[in-house]
Each structure stands twice: as C-alpha cells, then as structure tokens.
Design a protein around this ligand. Structure first.
Ligand SMILES: NC(=O)c1ccc[n+]([C@@H]2O[C@H](COP(=O)([O-])OP(=O)(O)OC[C@H]3O[C@@H](n4cnc5c(N)ncnc54)[C@H](OP(=O)(O)O)[C@@H]3O)[C@@H](O)[C@H]2O)c1
Length: 288
C-alpha cells in the first residue's frame, strides 16, 4: 500500500474501500472481506446508515486499530456547531473507536461553517486526526480555506474518474494544500465506463482490467481513491494495482477522455440544491 502525507503530517492510504449503497445487513461482512484483502482505508458516512456495521467490522477484524484509517462524513442535517459536534460523538460510538482518522463535511450546503468549527475543536481535542470537506467546488473550497478559521481542510473528496477528471480542481486544491480524494472512480459504471474502448485497449497492454487501469491512473496522479464492491473477487482485482505503471502516453490518452462534466449532478445547479433539500427531509427519520 502506498500512503499520502496530508497537510498536518497524517499518513493516509492512497486506496480505500467505500461502503456507500452497501445495505446494513451486508456491510460488516463486506468490510471484513475488504480488510482481509488488504484495504486499510474504509470510507463511510452518517447518511450511509451503516456506521455501526463498519464499527462491528473494526472491532472484529483482528487488525490493530492503528493500522486502519477510518473516514466518516457529517450529513447536512447535522450541520451547525452543536449538532455537528454531537453527531460526530455519536459516529464515534457507532464506529466503536476512540478516534476517527478523517471526518469530512459531506456537502457544501447549509451551515457548513458552524459544522467546520466543531470539527476544528474535535480535531484539537484529539478525537479526529484530520478534517476535511467533500463536494466543495473550487469557489467553496477557496472560501473555507481563506475565510475559514484555523485549520485548512486536509482533504476534499470529489467525484473523480476518467470522464470527470477534476484536473483544474486538483490544481486549485494543491494551491491551498488540500489533498484530492476521488469518489465514484468508476462513475458507478455510468456512461459505459467499464466498456470504454480506450481504457480496455490500455488495459490489454498491461494485462489489467478497466477498473485497474482507472485506479492506477488516479494513483499515479496522486489522487487518493475509494472504490466500492460487494464482491470479494472485485475487491481483490481493485486492490491489485501496485505492480504496474502506466506510461506517460497512456496517462495522456486517459486524460483526453475528460469531459469535465459530472456523471451524477452539479452541486452548483439550483435544482440540485432543491433535490438535496428534499433528500435531507427523506433521510431525517433514518438518522439517529
Ligand atoms: N462524498 C460523496 O458525496 C460520495 C459520493 C459517492 C460515493 N462516495 C464514496 O466513494 C465510494 C466509491 O464510489 P461509488 O460506490 O459511488 O462508485 P464506484 O466505486 O465508482 O462504483 C461502484 C460500482 O462499480 C462496481 N464495480 C466495482 N468494482 C468493479 C470491477 N472491478 N468490475 C466491474 N464492476 C465493478 C460495483 O459493483 P458491485 O458492488 O456489484 O461489485 C458498483 O456497482 C463510495 O462507496 C463512497 O464511500 C462518496
């Protein structure tokens, strides 16, 4: 495993396992399998409703806590100083751990400033080793870096894949000392990602799959990446990306696939902000 040094000196695995959309009942087994395969970075969120099951796996896996790197994210409904603080303490309980390695603000809406101040205080109290944000586009990231309080976010987790490469966004993050982390590296298979002819052709040269080419491309760009699979053989495939290196020409070929457009949604579109507002309402009863 390769590690990335964050802006506060904390080392984070460059490749991790994400548990978004893994049903509660399957989460513990999936995380145990992923840890067995070799993943040490596990990425969950309050709004995935499976933190407790991730916690069960952390407790039972047999790998020392110090070797694991656990990320969770604070949901919009828990923004504001007091609610954020309380919610992270609940996440700690659910994750059955004394500290969380990285806590991110999940979305750039509502009172994220109040929530960020709570994360800063929890960081200073030693309950969190690093704090960051997610889905913060360059303008919002500049806002929190320049007008935020004390701690520059260590990480900004954004959708990053060959069709939405985030090259400029990465440059902007690096300017502020924020590390980019990719979600949906495969775009959840949208836009024919796994059948992409260019990625397939490149994979054939190295005897690697499309998924492996994508992960390798991100890792070579220095992008931390979390990917999800409920299948052990895919977990293994996605982990087997440290024994080859893409040439500069192949890196460039993949860069040319970039349409700089989300495969999901644009957080700056007012209709999507309304959609998030609706989602907050729908998820409220499931948050405890
Ligand atoms: N911050 C955010 O807003 C945000 C948003 C989305 C995701 N995330 C994080 O990022 C993680 C990854 O993103 P994601 O889960 O949305 O999407 P993803 O990792 O791009 O794609 C997951 C999909 O790809 C399939 N897959 C995985 N490996 C494969 C392989 N080798 N060959 C073929 N198919 C494969 C999986 O199917 P099977 O499971 O059936 O194998 C699943 O349907 C999440 O789990 C979550 O932790 C964060």
């Amino acid at each position: 495993m390769e590690y990335v040094k964050l802006n506060n000196g904390v080392e984070m695995p460059i490749l991790g396992f994400g548990v978004y959309q893994i049903p509660k009942e399957e989460t513990k087994e999936c995380v145990l399998n992923a840890i067995k395969v070799g993943y040490r970075l596990i990425d969950t969120a309050q709004s995935y409703f499976n933190e407790s099951e991730v916690g069960d796996a952390i407790k039972e896996c047999g790998v020392p806590r110090s070797e694991l790197f656990i990320t969770t994210k604070v949901w919009i409904d828990n923004y504001g100083y007091d609610k954020c603080k309380e919610s992270v303490l609940k996440s700690l309980e659910k994750l059955k751990t004394d500290y969380i390695d990285l806590v991110l603000l999940h979305q750039p809406f509502s009172d994220y400033y109040g929530a960020y101040r709570a994360l800063e205080d929890l960081y200073e109290e030693g309950k969190i080793r690093a704090i960051g944000v997610s889905n913060f586009y360059p303008d919002r990231l500049a806002d929190i870096c320049l007008f935020g309080r004390k701690v520059i976010p260590a990480v900004n987790q954004v959708e990053t894949n060959p069709l939405n490469g985030q090259v400029k966004a990465q440059e902007n993050m690096e300017k502020y000392g924020v590390h980019i982390e990719a979600w949906a590296p495969f775009g959840e298979g949208r836009s024919g990602m796994f059948e992409n002819v260019t990625l397939k052709k490149i994979g054939e040269k190295y005897n690697k799959s499309v998924a492996q080419v994508i992960l390798r491309w991100l890792i070579q760009r220095g992008v931390i990446v979390v990917c999800k699979s409920t299948h052990v053989e895919r977990m293994e495939e996605n982990f087997d990306v440290f024994d080859f290196k893409l040439s500069n020409e192949d890196m460039e070929e993949i860069r040319k696939l970039d349409s700089s457009d989300s495969l999901f949604f644009n957080h700056q579109d007012p209709n999507m902000v309304e959609w998030f507002d609706q989602m907050v309402g729908e998820r409220r009863s499931k948050l405890d």
